[in-house]
Write a protein that binds this ligand. Structure first.
Ligand code: BGC
Length: 244
């Protein structure tokens, strides 16, 4: 059984079919730039193109950078505000005439890591953070997801924590070494408010994990994600199990 995983990000919309038994992509992923403005209408158009590209007729899982409850989008931090209040699942189901499940992108990444990646053998409370344009979070307790946590929006240094410690700050005046110290501060803050047994660090920057791991001083174990930027696609596809 396969599903198409779609991951909508602030800069790109990526998709690939995924084998649900192995968590492996069965075709090369396709990426299309996120339209500007990234309104629901414009993004649906891109998703339709991706479905056509893969000539896809099966179930579709779609990850958004938003709190999503019952298919309805409740927040829009790095996509257009007009997403708020939108029933994305119902809309996509109708347009594409296929079963569709919509969920938060970090939760999707967490599902992939939990089943086939870095969290597979971790018990207790595990927090996955996706470090990219923003900071997404997925919290698991003994493998069970607590959906829609937004730890990247905790107030930290007077603003959303993601403004201070997301990987995107490295592009500006902040070096990777400086950013790593910021990340360490944020992890220590999380340990004070929601102490986990382990942190998993995801997003593209997790490939450099060895370069900054030494400065991370937490009581919890810290490990890099296995799937990095692929986790959203894989987890979105996995999340379609059980939908009709
Ligand atoms: C959003 C989260 C999302 C994260 C990563 C944050 O700004 O609020 O929902 O998971 O970015 O995309």
């Amino acid at each position: 059984m396969q599903a198409l995983g779609v991951d909508v990000g602030g800069t790109g919309i990526k998709a690939a079919p995924v084998d649900l038994a192995t968590g492996k992509r069965t075709e090369k992923r396709k990426r299309i730039l996120t339209p500007r403005p990234s309104t629901p209408e414009a993004v649906y158009e891109v998703i339709a193109q991706l479905v056509e590209h893969f000539d896809w007729h099966g179930p579709i899982g779609c990850a958004l950078p938003s709190v999503v409850r019952g298919g309805v989008v409740h927040t829009a931090a790095n996509i257009d505000d007009s997403w708020i209040g939108h029933d994305a699942a119902a809309e996509l189901r109708e347009r594409l005439a296929r079963p569709v499940h919509v969920l938060n992108d970090a939760d999707a990444a967490g599902i992939a890591e939990n089943e086939f990646g870095a969290a597979r053998d971790l018990d207790g409370v595990v927090i996955l953070l996706t470090l990219g344009t923003g900071i997404g979070s997925a919290v698991f307790t003994d493998g069970v997801l607590v959906p829609n946590t937004e730890l990247g929006h905790l107030e930290f240094h007077g603003a959303s924590a993601e403004r201070y410690a997301a990987a995107r700050v490295v592009d500006g005046d902040v070096t990777q070494a400086e950013w790593a110290l910021r990340l360490n501060e944020f992890l220590q803050h999380l340990e004070r408010v929601v102490p986990p047994d382990a942190f998993i660090l995801g997003g593209g920057i997790s490939k450099n994990f060895d370069a900054y791991a030494d400065v991370l001083e937490t009581r919890a174990t810290v490990v890099p994600a296995r799937f990095r930027n692929r986790a959203g696609i894989i987890g979105a596809a996995l999340a379609t199990r059980g939908i009709r």
